[in-house]
Ligand binder design. Structure first.
Ligand SMILES: [Zn+2]
Length: 329
């Protein structure tokens, strides 16, 4: 399942150049078994080299399955950005005794400048749990956006929350229906509550993760409406990466959004930011689902292709190569 409920204990604003997605605070690992860990490998993807290390500790799954899980996440990021955002990165996997699942994702830029994700895998984590995991992809997506001041943390989390399932869909790992089901069920948590003072001033978990994702969906639909579906948020975010806006660089939000807008030839990101930064700006999601042709009944999502924005809905989860027009003869 793609669900951010596990991140509900999000503990406030992380320090600059560090993004912590903890399902719970880092625990005190009891004494590890005598298994020798310390294995590592290198994954080549999208022109990048990712060094994956597994710390000492027991896991029921052998190392190659853990490496394959990291590779799938890197592939989803590579599908969305049509490159891996940085030339070199590091992933440190920490086996955790007596547990299952994937937790305590944390991505940061150490003094060396080598972007690093630390993530925990339980001793009893299963292949099915790795197949359903969203967190590894979410962490790698963080590398593809410049570091913001704390006040703008919502765009870092919102962007990672929004891009992760779409990248996995574009890589064929999850269905388009599962992406929209996740949005229909999750995004209401990003709506403003009474007393809300806009995304820059309301640092709750819901507004940070889902409010930021809501900004991204509105931006995606807005860019596609304005460009007649020739460009989307994906092009804006790729433009930011192409201009050097990765997590190892500190940018202002204004610079990031202006760079993204330049890539699509619109002002959608900057206009939306002006609207949502210091006022609640609720979104009529029911109306939006109707326009996109997304129907949600009995826990299932079905699509209506006669909806006015059905082509936009389809384009959002389509692989990039399907969108690139063939070269003219
Ligand atoms: Zn995050």
């Amino acid at each position: 399942m793609i669900a951010l409920a596990a991140a509900a204990l999000f503990a406030g604003l992380a320090a600059a150049r560090a993004r912590r997605d903890a399902a719970e605070p880092p625990g005190n690992a009891p004494g590890r078994g005598a298994e020798a860990g310390g294995e590592s490998t290198q994954i080549q993807i999208g022109g990048a080299t990712i060094t994956v290390s597994i710390a000492a500790g027991r896991t029921d799954l052998p190392a190659p399955q853990l490496y394959a899980w990291v590779r799938r996440a890197a592939r989803a990021v590579n599908a969305y950005y049509v490159t891996f955002p940085v030339a070199r990165a590091r992933v440190n996997v920490r086996p955790t005794p007596g547990r299952d699942g994937v937790f305590n994702g944390f991505t940061f830029c150490p003094d060396s400048g080598l972007l690093t994700t630390r993530i925990a895998v339980g001793e009893h984590t299963t292949e099915a749990e790795l197949a359903d995991d969203w967190m590894m992809t979410h962490e790698l997506v963080h590398m593809a956006f410049p570091s913001m001041q704390d006040q703008h943390h919502w765009i870092e989390e919102g962007m990672a929350t929004y891009v992760e399932p779409i990248g996995r869909a574009q890589d064929g790992q999850v269905s388009a229906a599962s992406v929209w089901k996740w949005m229909v069920e999750g995004l209401p948590q990003g709506e403003p509550e009474p007393g809300d003072r806009g995304l820059d001033n309301t640092h709750t978990w819901g507004r940070t993760y889902w409010g930021g994702a809501l900004f991204c969906l509105m931006a995606d639909v807005g860019i596609r409406r304005e460009t007649r579906n020739r460009a989307g948020l994906q092009d804006a975010l790729r433009g930011i990466v192409a201009a050097g806006g990765t997590m190892d660089h500190d940018w202002s939000i204004e610079r990031a959004l202006a760079t993204g807008d330049k890539a699509t030839g619109t002002k959608v990101l900057q206009d939306l930011y002006a609207k949502m930064k210091d006022s609640p700006a609720p979104v009529d999601l029911g109306q939006l689902w109707k326009e996109l042709g997304v129907e949600h009944t009995g826990g299932h999502v079905t699509f209506r292709d006669d909806a006015p924005l059905a082509a936009i809905r389809k384009a959002i989860t389509e692989p990039v190569k399907a969108k690139v027009a063939p070269a003219k003869p």
